[in-house]
Design a protein around this ligand. Structure first.
Ligand SMILES: C[S@@+](CC[C@H](N)C(=O)[O-])C[C@H]1O[C@@H](n2cnc3c(N)ncnc32)[C@H](O)[C@@H]1O
Length: 286
């Protein structure tokens, strides 16, 4: 592993290139400047396509996609996710990582309940948007996956990955679980949400979206949005790229392989009840 920070430096950590809210001294900290970790190469290298074609989920999320049917949908989604994460924050001193965070529009709600919120996404445009939004908030930091790798062992009390692991191969999932296990404090908790079981397909997502839209008052927009999505790169990507699906026992086994003792929660963190949420803690028995 590359050089890591001491835990007492953690709160001052500002990733290289971050704008706003950091001191010039903190901005100079570059934990990985001499080495590019193999894990990051795996993350960034896989799925890179020819220029001009969209061949990976990271490229898709880095683009101006229309996965949310309108601004109201996007706002409601990120507000609900933020409330759900906030409910998981164990105490006001907690250091929280939202991995594969997307635009995290309401991360400030989580930050209000925690000491520090780290937001990690592989898509540079997504990170830039979050940095622009929360740059002045000292409790919120934006990190690339590579920068997350440079965090010290046991640095985090809560790691949440919502609607993320479906974009990983099983090898990548294992690598992420091992990384998250290393980053968790002994009493820390990992929550992996919106995991798709094999029998849950597009129809289930469509039904869940329509129910969510009906509750949120954007049903008409959702119907139009679904038609748009059917013709969009998302549909083509979903047909061609990996969407990983796991049985409950398979996911629990993956957690165990990484040294995590997990359980499936009664309810999914997100709006599709057919998808699964797992909660795990570092296990003593390996
Ligand atoms: C479906 S969105 C979920 C966003 C957010 N967690 C939420 O609850 O809405 C998936 C996000 O994962 C990010 N992502 C995909 N592959 C990634 C990787 N290997 N490392 C980090 N982020 C990744 C994408 O850029 C995208 O923003």
């Amino acid at each position: 592993m590359p050089a890591t920070m001491r835990t007492d430096q953690f709160h001052d950590f500002v990733p290289p290139g971050m704008t706003g809210g950091q001191s010039p001294e903190a901005a100079k900290i570059d934990l990985c400047k001499t080495r590019f970790p193999p894990f990051a190469i795996l993350l960034y290298g896989l799925g890179r396509g020819e220029p001009g074609t969209m061949q990976s989920w990271i490229e898709f999320y880095n683009s101006a996609h229309s996965i949310y049917v309108n601004a109201r949908h996007k706002d409601a989604h990120y507000r609900d996710v933020a409330h759900a994460i906030t409910a998981l924050v164990p105490n006001a001193r907690a250091r929280v990582l939202d991995f594969g965070c997307g635009e995290a529009l309401h991360a400030d709600l989580v930050a209000a309940a925690a000491a520090q919120v780290l937001l990690c996404d592989a898509a540079p445009n997504v990170r830039a948007a979050i940095a622009a939004r929360f740059g002045a908030d000292a409790r919120i930091r934006v990190l690339s996956p590579r920068e997350v790798e440079c965090l010290p062992d046991g640095a985090l009390d809560l790691i949440v990955a919502n609607s993320f692991v479906q974009y990983l191969t099983t090898v990548e999932l294992d690598a992420h679980l091992v990384l998250w296990r290393r980053l968790l404090a002994p009493t820390g908790r990992l929550v992996v949400a919106d995991v798709i079981p094999p029998e849950v397909g597009t129809l289930s997502d469509v039904r869940a979206l329509l129910r969510y839209a009906a509750r949120g008052g954007f049903l008409v927009a959702a119907c139009l949005g679904l038609a748009r999505t059917a013709l969009s790169p998302y549909r083509r990507l979903r047909a061609t790229l990996t969407i990983a699906k796991y049985r409950e026992v398979e996911f629990l086994r993956a957690l165990r392989r990484a040294g995590l003792a997990g359980e499936r929660l009664a309810h999914n963190l997100e709006h599709n009840p057919a998808r699964m949420t797992f909660s795990a803690r570092p296990s003593t028995a390996r």
